[in-house]
Design a protein around this ligand. Structure first.
Ligand SMILES: Nc1ncnc2c1ncn2[C@@H]1O[C@H](COP(=O)(O)OP(=O)(O)OP(=O)(O)O)[C@@H](O)[C@H]1O
Length: 237
């Protein structure tokens, strides 16, 4: 049974659709990359899956023991967020908010969960530092640790390597791959880097004038995937 199923899903704003007729399934342990041009609706789709906005029509179903409040989310970074004046530990802990409900403080278990997530993301030394003073790569690791506090099952990542230098990008991809491979956490990632998507993903969802959904092998044989391969071949000449 799939963890996430989108059926005839239509997403958009105020009744105006951005994307229509999306049909796909994500199973436990999958690594799905969502690719497509700027403005094609990738972030809107992700926010709709998270329940941050309602679908225009169609269904989003969770299954295989996944509940909607057990999805970890790393949002797209904005300039304002990058300047956030809070300590690393507080930001990571805020990932537990879905667990606390209306309780206005964090429990011992939640604090332990945040500490474990910081360890995992190699942030233990930075726990008391101010978020806005960190490098871009460190900031993204903080947001990944925060997302991890919300889940053991599924992570939704909106351009997690955006703006990072090649070294920080490689580190981030390695951490995400480890969470997927070793911990079995399902990954759904929006990416502009099709080369990396093809390297790491088990499945691809390509959004554009036409929509493709399938395994990596199917993608590489599809018109969208062939176009990518042709462009890449061109780059390497
Ligand atoms: N809050 C909003 N209200 C109305 N329209 C919006 C809103 N946010 C985004 N849009 C529009 O919805 C469309 C899809 O935007 P979205 O951010 O989902 O695209 P994207 O594929 O994630 O783009 P990018 O790759 O640039 O992040 C765009 O035309 C955008 O202008």
């Amino acid at each position: 049974m799939a963890q996430l199923t989108c059926q005839r899903l239509c997403v958009g704003y105020e009744g105006k659709s951005v994307l229509q007729e999306l049909n796909f399934e994500v199973f436990a342990g999958d690594y799905l990359c969502i690719v497509g041009e700027n403005g094609s609706g990738k972030s809107t789709l992700m926010k709709t899956i998270l329940g941050l906005q309602p679908p225009i029509s169609g269904k989003i179903l969770t299954g295989d023991g996944l509940r909607k409040n057990e999805i970890g989310y790393l949002p797209q970074q904005t300039v304002v967020q990058k300047d956030f004046p809070a300590a690393v530990r507080e930001i990571v802990l805020s990932g537990c908010q879905g667990r606390c409900g209306s309780r206005p403080f964090y429990s011992k278990e939640e604090k332990q969960l945040a500490a474990a997530a910081m360890d995992r993301m190699q942030l233990a030394q930075l726990a008391k530092r101010c978020y806005r003073e960190l490098s871009g790569g460190q900031q993204q690791r903080v947001l990944l640790a925060r997302a991890l506090c919300a889940t053991r099952k599924m992570l939704l990542l909106d351009e997690p390597v955006s703006g990072l230098d090649p070294k920080a990008t490689a580190e981030m991809y390695a951490l995400i791959e480890e969470l997927n491979r070793n911990d079995g956490i399902t990954v759904i990632m929006i990416s502009h880097d099709i080369t990396a998507a093809v390297q790491y993903a088990s499945h691809l969802l390509h959004i554009g004038d036409t929509v493709f959904f399938g395994t990596k092998a199917e993608y590489l044989r599809s018109p969208q995937g062939r176009l990518f391969a042709a462009e890449k071949g061109g780059d390497e000449q």
